[in-house]
Write a protein that binds this ligand. Structure first.
Ligand SMILES: *Cc1c(COP(=O)(O)O)cnc(C)c1O
Length: 380
């Protein structure tokens, strides 16, 4: 007789309450005709208030928000956009779709975000933007990046898909760059299933993206079916926005739980006396939303293969750990951008030693216990 398998511990899972169900039901029942934008407008207003920005446009994804924003900045054929090598492809794909070229720079070993010194070195006359991705909710060195942007007249864009709840010197992630983009994919801290948000404080950029987001029809265009430019179709639906309205009402609670999960892991790692490791880094005067708890075990320079052995041991036990992002310059579409000395890059050194730990809303303390004890048995 084999023992009853323990509950599978998911890597992420949204927190959906009666409130989300109630709003979504109302949108499905009543949100049509003259009410078809009600929840969208309400979600945008609530999101602006949370973030402290002037303008927000709900979108079908973060990728779409980035695509429209970069298009509005005039990024196109042959231009260059600088971003970190450690990243999800969603940040790089719209650059390629615009006919521009991503330029990858290395990350810093502790924040896992792009290294401002390398950003400045990578600037050429073709550079049209720098994308600051707040990886796993950690924060980029925004003061340095904004100063570089200003010195060279290059806009800094924030991909804050993973950084709801992260605060840099009093300002929320996503509110500091020329524009910011958020994701409400089902794995993110707040979700609408699929969805995103474009945010900015720049009134002209807002008007441009608003026009682009509505198939190129300007707000003041009175003629029906009369596009002013060729735009995009990246709108969020009212039903998704209804779920978003409930999530944003609960945003502080949802962020707090993510932060608590990170703290609970830290405590457990101490208790189990796991040797050398580091978790998501919180810089001084900053708060991190801790979307995804990550841990780097041992010293990355030792080039351990701990990530693989942890995945091998934990997955069969129903513990859904995931690999740290592979360097974009190592994946098929970008192999021509591989650095000459990849073994010197943190983007290559960290993933073999790092792992995403399950941090779903609703994870139980016993589960964090169980995960940590399994890790200890592999590592210690
Ligand atoms: C999730 C994610 C995206 C993509 O978001 P979508 O809403 O799926 O388009 C973009 N950038 C980063 C850093 C992400 O984590």
């Amino acid at each position: 007789m084999t023992a009853q398998p323990l509950r599978r511990i998911p890597y992420t899972k949204p927190s959906i309450t009666d409130l989300e169900v109630q709003y979504a039901t109302d949108a499905a029942r009543n949100g049509w005709g003259e009410h078809c934008y009600d929840y969208i407008i309400r979600f945008e207003e609530a999101f602006k208030a949370h973030l402290g920005v002037k303008y927000a446009i709900a979108t079908s994804s973060c990728t779409g928000a980035l695509h429209m924003g970069m298009h509005a900045l005039g990024i196109g054929s042959g231009d260059e956009v600088i971003l970190a090598d450690t990243n999800w492809i969603a940040t790089a794909a719209p650059i390629v779709h615009l006919g521009a070229n991503p330029v990858f720079v290395d990350i810093l070993p502790d924040s896992w975000c792009l290294d401002p010194e390398q950003v400045e070195e990578a600037i050429t006359p073709k550079t049209k933007a720098i994308i600051a991705v707040h990886l796993y909710g950690n924060l980029c060195d925004m003061n340095a990046l904004l100063a570089i942007g200003e010195r060279h007249g290059i806009p800094v864009i924030e991909d804050a898909a993973e950084a709801i709840g992260s605060i840099y010197h009093g300002q929320r992630a996503g509110s500091m760059g020329r524009f910011g983009a958020f994701s409400f994919h089902g794995t993110k801290t707040i979700t609408t299933g699929e969805g995103g948000m474009f945010v900015t404080n720049d009134p002209e950029l807002y008007e441009q993206v608003l026009t682009l987001s509505n198939h190129g029809r300007a707000r003041n265009q009175t003629k029906q079916f009369w596009p002013d430019v060729v735009g995009f179709k990246y709108k969020m639906s009212n039903i998704q926005a209804a779920i978003g309205c409930a999530q944003i009402e609960r945003v502080n609670e949802l962020i707090k739980e993510k932060q608590d999960i990170l703290e609970r892991y830290k405590k457990k790692f101490k208790e189990f006396q796991i040797g050398n490791y580091c978790f998501n880094k919180r810089e001084e005067n900053c708060e991190i939303g801790a979307w995804m708890t990550n841990v780097v075990i041992g010293h990355p320079s030792l080039n351990s293969m701990i990530s693989e052995s942890l995945q091998e041991h934990l997955k069969p036990l129903g513990i859904d750990v995931r690999p740290f992002f592979y360097p974009l310059s190592s994946v098929q579409p970008f192999q021509h951008l591989k650095p000459q000395n990849p073994t010197q890059w943190w983007s290559y050194k960290i993933p073999p030693s790092a792992i995403n730990l399950p941090c779903a809303h609703g994870i139980l303390s016993q589960e964090i216990d169980r995960i940590t004890s399994c890790i200890a048995s592999v590592v210690n």
